[in-house]
Write a protein that binds this ligand. Structure first.
Ligand SMILES: Nc1ncnc2c1ncn2[C@@H]1O[C@H](COP(=O)(O)OP(=O)(O)O)[C@@H](O)[C@H]1O
Ligand SMILES: [Mg+2]
Length: 281
C-alpha cells in the first residue's frame, strides 16, 4: 500500500480542497476529492462542476438517470478522459491523472460493465494477464494458483470450483467476482464498479453485494454505480446523485430513502433531503 515512485510523481505540492463544509460522512480526510470537475466533448457538456468527497473504507453509490454523467465521471477519475476543468485530490494532495496507468499507480482500479475478461483463459491466467509471475524465466504457475486461491478465499468467493476453470464456463456473478478480484489484487485502494449487478439474477446479485461489503470490511474504498435502489440501500454507506451532468446531492445513505432518491434522480432536487453539497474550492 506504499506510495510508489510512479504514484508520487502524480502528486503535486498543491494543498488539498478547503476543509470547510465537510463531507457529511465523517471527518477523516477523503481518499479522493473532486472539486469543480467538468468534462465536455466538443460542444457537449457531459459533466460540470462536480464536487464530491469519497470517504476512505466506505461504499459510495453513484446514482442517476441514463445520460446523467455517471460513466463519464468514473472514466474521468480512472484516467480514460482528462477533465476539461476542475481539480482532483488523493488523500488531500492534488493529483493529475492523465491515463489509466496513472490511476492504477495511485491504487485506483475500475471494473467496467464488459469486465474485459478473456473467455478462453482460466481464472488464474485472467488474474495475471500481462503481469505473470515468473521463476527462473518460467511462469510460476504454483505461486499464481496459490495466490489466486488465497485471494478468492479472502474475498469469500466460495462458488468457484477450481481456479483452473475456463472463464467462459463461469456464471455472470462469478465473472463479476473474478473481475473484482483482479482489480483488487494489486494493492488497489479505490475500486470503481460500473453497474456490477445489471446483468445478474437475484442470487448472483446478493453475492456481488456481499463482495462489495467484504471489500469495504478489508479497508478498500468502493465507488459503485447502480440503477437498482434496493442494491444501493443494502450496500452503500454514502450516496451521490447525478442529474443532467451535475452532482445534485451527496451524503450518508441514512439521509435518503427511496422516494427522495427517485425525486433527486428525476428532478435534481428534493425538499426531503438536507442539502449536503460541497463548496467548489
Ligand atoms: N465519448 C463521448 N462523446 C460525446 N458525448 C459523450 C461521450 N460519452 C458520453 N457522452 C455524453 O455524456 C452524457 C453522459 O453520459 P454517461 O456518463 O454515459 O451517462 P450515464 O449516467 O448513463 O453513465 C450523455 O449525454 C452522453 O451522450
Ligand atoms: Mg453509464
Amino acid at each position: 500500500m506504499s506510495t510508489t515512485p510512479e504514484s508520487s510523481e502524480l502528486l503535486s505540492s498543491t494543498s488539498g480542497p478547503s476543509e470547510h463544509g465537510g463531507s457529511g460522512a465523517g471527518s477523516a480526510t477523503p481518499l479522493l476529492s473532486l472539486r469543480g470537475i467538468s468534462k465536455n466533448f466538443g460542444a457537449v457538456q457531459a459533466i460540470q462542476g462536480v464536487n464530491l468527497d469519497i470517504a476512505p473504507g466506505k461504499v459510495t453509490a453513484l446514482i442517476g438517470d441514463n445520460g446523467a454523467g455517471k460513466s463519464v465521471l468514473i472514466k474521468t477519475i480512472s484516467g480514460i478522459w482528462e477533465p476539461s476543468g476542475g481539480h482532483m485530490y488523493w488523500k488531500g494532495e492534488e493529483i493529475h491523472v492523465h491515463t489509466p496507468r496513472n490511476a492504477a499507480a495511485l491504487g485506483i482500479a475500475t471494473v467496467y460493465q464488459d469486465l474485459a475478461l478473456c473467455d478462453n483463459l482460466d481464472i488464474v491466467q485472467n488474474m495475471y494477464l500481462g503481469r505473470e509471475e515468473t521463476k527462473f524465466s518460467m511462469l510460476d504457475e504454483i505461486k499464481m494458483e496459490l495466490a489466486t486461491n488465497q485471494l478468492l478465499r479472502d474475498l469469500s468467493v466460495s462458488t468457484v470450483k477450481s481456479v483452473r476453470q475456463i472463464v467462459a464456463s463461469l456464471s455472470g456473478g462469478q465473472r463479476q467476482a473474478i473481475a473484482v478480484a483482479r482489480a483488487v489484487m494489486h494493492d488497489s485502494q479505490l475500486v470503481i464498479m460500473d453497474e456490477p449487478t445489471a446483468a445478474l439474477g437475484v442470487t448472483q446479485t446478493a453475492q456481488v453485494l456481499q463482495l462489495i461489503r467484504t471489500l469495504a470490511a478489508r479497508g478498500i474504498t468502493v465507488l459503485v454505480i447502480s440503477h437498482n435502489l434496493n442494491d444501493v440501500f443494502s450496500v452503500a454507506d454514502n450516496i451521490a446523485v447525478m442529474h443532467l451532468g451535475t452532482l445534485c446531492s451527496s451524503g450518508p445513505a441514512s439521509n435518503y430513502d427511496t422516494a427522495s432518491a427517485v425525486e433527486l434522480i428525476t428532478t435534481g432536487h428534493s425538499s426531503r433531503v438536507a442539502s449536503t453539497l460541497l463548496p467548489s474550492s
